[in-house]
Design a protein around this ligand. Structure first.
Ligand code: NDP
Ligand code: OXD
Length: 316
């Protein structure tokens, strides 16, 4: 039996996690690690990338398909000298589910004033805070792709009024949607804004002072809340801090940052009503990543079209 085409791994995950996930994956294929600088990668046809080493493509000149280690591909598309090969994005039910859990958790945390209760607990203060119902608030989700569409459905189940915004028009049962041209109408209705956008030339810095000033003021929480788990490059952190200071925003939950890890000096760490997580809303499960890719490799080798392909012109 002829040996199947080999695979090279250039994922910036813990090596022991990658090794564990590789056990039982890619049967019959040679698996090469880009971190082994003495390895001959010339036979590799498939590469798994997150933030790839710059020499990868010189060392592996015979690649046919690139697999992203995450759902977002901005870091891969930014690699200088990226060869013009198909890029398959990571689309995974477990990742999607975990992202929706994070989004619902953040919306409920602000609805039920979790940060204020944490402060009260720290000072042993017994005080009942107002408790509006979810249906009194409109959650506006920017980005209605794989993650956004799952999140809007689950937010709806929790009782929120939910609306969504995306580049192209969408029809989603029970959710009012807006396309790019409807941004102002969408923002004017939104009490809790959720960002689930990819980072592209069009979305870089989109969450800025001007956008925050167009959110609805005076809703059931008084002031709007900003939640972002897309990419930190889409937010202007100085504008978030200023908007919180001035009361244009009443709170925020951020999982992604302009520079990660977030600097210890960032004022965001110490702000009331701000919840920070460490780019951990929905991590890629490496075993699922390999299992999904094995299916795509089989399709590729059978001459069938690849799924979840990145559109390099759109940038996502
Ligand atoms: P998709 O590609 O499935 O969806 C992207 C959505 O964003 C689409 O609805 C798209 O519109 C919309 N969009 C893109 N550009 C624009 C624009 N300029 N204006 C308006 N809408 C726009 O991506 P996913 O849902 O799978 O993932 C979204 C992002 O989440 C990833 O790119 C990644 O950055 C981030 N992510 C973060 C994780 C974390 O742990 N924090 C984990 C996983 C992903 P349209 O439908 O019209 O094309
Ligand atoms: C991703 C991420 O894009 O982890 O999957 O951010």
């Amino acid at each position: 039996m002829s040996e199947k085409a080999s695979v090279v791994i250039d994922l910036k995950f813990e090596p022991e996690d990658v090794a564990r996930a590789l056990a039982g994956s890619f049967e019959g294929r040679k698996v090469l690690l880009a971190s082994d600088k003495s390895a001959d990668l010339s036979g590799a046809r498939y590469a798994f990338l997150w933030k790839p080493d710059l020499d990868l493509f010189e060392r592996a000149p015979n690649l046919e398909v690139l697999f992203s280690g995450g759902a977002g591909v901005d870091a891969i598309l930014a690699v200088p000298g990226l060869p013009d090969l198909p890029i398959v994005r990571f689309v995974d039910e477990s990742l999607t589910t975990r992202m929706s859990e994070w989004v619902v958790l953040q919306c409920l945390s602000h609805l039920r004033q979790a940060p204020a209760y944490m402060r009260q607990q720290a000072s042993r203060t017994w005080r009942e805070l107002s408790q509006p119902e979810a249906k009194e608030l409109t959650v506006g989700v920017m980005g209605l792709g794989i993650l956004g569409q799952d999140a809007v459905r689950k937010l709806k189940v929790m009782g929120f009024d939910v609306i969504g915004w995306s580049r192209t028009a969408k029809t989603i049962d029970g959710i009012e949607t807006f396309d790019a041209a409807g941004l102002d109408d969408f923002l004017g209705r939104t009490d809790i804004l959720v960002g689930l956008l990819p980072l592209t030339d069009d979305t870089r810095g989109i969450f800025d002072a001007s956008l925050f000033s167009r959110l609805r003021q005076g809703g059931a929480l008084g002031r709007p809340i900003f939640i972002n788990a897309g990419r930190g490059g889409s937010q202007v952190e100085a504008d978030i801090v200023a908007a919180l200071d001035k009361g244009v925003l009443g709170g925020a939950s951020l999982d992604v940052f302009e520079v990660e890890p977030l600097a210890a000096t960032s004022p965001l760490w110490g702000m009331d009503n701000v919840i920070l997580t460490a780019h951990a809303a929905a991590a890629s499960d490496i075993r699922s990543l390999f299992a999904n890719a094995e299916k795509q490799i089989e399709r590729w080798e059978q001459g069938e079209p690849l799924q979840h392909l990145v559109d390099k012109v759109r940038g996502y």
